[in-house]
Design a protein. Structure first.
Length: 115
């Protein structure tokens, strides 16, 4: 199983980005993997949970991103999406997708929020 994360970049405060995480090498589709999550790690800080989504699309968010980030999944496309809006400099980090049930990490994508 491989998780390919993409969509990061440099954005100004208040801007938006959409991260994608595509799963490959799985048997069936993304539904079979189960819950998915996005974590982030800022320089000098521990990796933290940003949001998670169950296989039936029940979501949970860190307090710091509630109301700004939206996590969704398209099981047929084997993809999870993290729509990030109203970005703040403190959102700057490397973002990782994670398949919870099987314990696989994606390679990370850098998000930088700066003017």
């Amino acid at each position: 199983v491989q998780l390919q994360a993409s969509g990061g970049g440099l954005v100004q405060p208040g801007g938006s980005l959409r991260l994608s995480c595509v799963a490959s090498g799985i048997s069936g589709n993304l539904f079979s993997i189960g819950g998915m999550a996005w974590y982030r790690q800022a320089p000098g800080k521990q990796r933290e949970l940003v949001a998670r989504i169950s296989r039936t699309s029940i979501t949970d968010y860190a307090d710091s991103v509630k109301g700004r980030f939206t996590l969704s999944r398209d099981n047929a496309k084997n993809t999870v999406y993290l729509q990030m809006s109203s970005l703040k400099p403190e959102d700057t980090a490397v973002y990782y997708c994670y398949a919870e049930r099987i314990g696989y990490w994606g390679q990370g994508t850098q998000v930088t929020v700066s003017s």
